[in-house]
Write a protein that binds this ligand. Structure first.
Ligand SMILES: CC(C)(COP(=O)(O)OP(=O)(O)OC[C@H]1O[C@@H](n2cnc3c(N)ncnc32)[C@H](O)[C@@H]1OP(=O)(O)O)[C@@H](O)C(=O)NCCC(=O)NCCS
Length: 177
């Protein structure tokens, strides 16, 4: 089957929500509200249409990734960044590279748009293969309590994190719910 990755279109919201719900249905640490976060962000200033990507096989949504606007604010000022969440692959297509395709496609597009970094809270063992490192290595923190090893950041360009440190500021729609 051919896997294509493309930007979300105007008629894709329901299929994306269904795929996201299925991806997280059996994940123990999930609050099963990831699809609601996507819906909130879609109506927010944090939304970047080019960075909501879906993976499709035979016209069926099998995965989705979302990067939305955030910032890293420290003593030396505020730098734009992107928050990656959620990343979803439907259970029967997991472990076949769909997640990797989505992550790499999102990084390429984010770089093309001029972004220097991506932040996320997730599984270090999964994301380190894409170059993510602990936020602590860059003196970056998140505004909520979560184990440090789950807080990661990626420089999209060689100087993408130069002089960047401080606290991640998420869109209100990312935090609420
Ligand atoms: C996590 C997820 C997005 C990965 O997508 P995927 O298409 O299954 O993953 P890929 O095929 O690209 O990569 C497979 C690799 O990731 C690893 N992997 C997958 N899920 C993992 C997890 N939860 N923890 C650690 N490693 C994981 C696999 O062991 C495999 O490793 P290998 O290449 O060394 O064999 C997908 O499994 C998913 O949607 N899970 C449920 C939702 C979820 O937990 N999302 C949050 C991520 S923070």
């Amino acid at each position: 089957m051919v896997l294509t990755v493309r930007q979300e279109g105007p008629d894709d919201a329901a299929a994306i929500a269904a795929a996201v719900r299925r991806a997280y249905a059996d994940v123990p640490y999930s609050d099963h509200r990831e699809h609601l976060m996507i819906a909130r962000l879609r109506d927010s200033a944090a939304w970047i249409p080019a960075l909501s990507l879906l993976a499709e096989e035979d016209g069926r949504v099998v995965g989705h990734i979302l990067l939305t606007r955030a910032a890293i604010r420290g003593a030396r000022g505020s730098a734009p960044t992107l928050a990656l969440a959620p990343l979803s692959v439907v259970p029967e297509r997991q472990g076949r590279g769909v997640g990797g395709r989505l992550v790499r496609a999102a990084h390429r597009r984010a770089r093309d748009l001029g972004y220097g970094s991506v932040v996320l809270v997730g599984i270090l063992d999964y994301y380190r293969r894409f170059g993510y490192r602990p936020m602590a290595d860059h003196a970056i923190v998140v505004p909520f309590t979560v184990p440090a090893r789950n807080c990661m950041v990626l420089a999209l360009t060689p100087d993408g994190l130069s002089g960047v440190e401080g606290m991640v500021q998420y869109a209100p729609e990312w935090m609420d719910g």
